[in-house]
Design a protein. Structure first.
Length: 201
């Protein structure tokens, strides 16, 4: 890997000494920021929302929203609301928000919505000592198909490993339906961990 000295030190902190070490750090989860025209109950959804009204009590802030991408009204609830929430979720403001949808008294409700700056993308979330934005940058810079092929890895495994860090909508749909990584993905990770260990001997 061609690395700046500061990046080499960063990777050293998380036990990475070669490209495969880095590529084998699987995301803990994914943040799907694609806008859908169909609400997915029980999952996080990105909503293009206009705030119609707000109400408050000491425990939570309640919102009535119009979801443009669903063409319907829904409720929102924010527990332990702070000044930021009051400023952001003012009546007639239009924002992109992310939150879990559930049913509450026969009406859709988005729980603890967060404002999102970027939409129509998928963000892998890594659990390491490094900030997630640093991991995303290093993965983007280092984990390419060409670099993985150069390690002599099987074509199918390269595709699986690459998509782990550069997920498509189809990958995320399968990931959510399966409740995690597919059997092929788990096999690939375990196989390449052994392969990587042997290469280091």
């Amino acid at each position: 890997m061609l690395l700046k000295s500061e990046d080499r030190e960063r990777l050293k902190k998380i036990g990475v000494s070669n490209l495969l070490d880095l590529a084998l750090i699987a995301p803990l989860r994914y943040e799907n920021l694609y806008i859908s025209n169909t609400p997915k109950v029980g999952f996080n959804n990105v909503v293009d929302a206009t705030i119609l009204s707000t109400s408050y009590n000491p425990k939570f802030m309640k919102l009535t929203l119009f979801a443009h991408n669903f063409d319907m009204e829904l409720n929102g609830i924010i527990f332990n609301a702070r000044k930021f929430h009051y400023d952001t979720f003012k009546s007639q403001n239009r924002v992109f928000i992310l939150g879990k949808l559930d049913m509450n008294y026969d009406k859709l409700q988005i729980v603890q919505p967060q404002v999102v700056e970027s939409i129509n993308t998928i963000v892998p979330k890594y659990k390491t000592k490094l900030q997630n934005k640093t991991m995303l940058r290093l993965i983007k810079e280092q984990v390419s198909k060409e670099a993985l092929f150069a390690l002599g890895i099987d074509v199918k495994m390269v595709e699986i490993l690459y998509q782990l860090h550069h997920p498509t909508v189809a990958f995320i749909d399968a990931y959510e339906k399966h409740g995690g990584f597919s059997d092929d993905t788990i096999y690939t990770l375990k196989y390449l961990e052994i392969y990587n260990h042997i290469q280091k001997l």
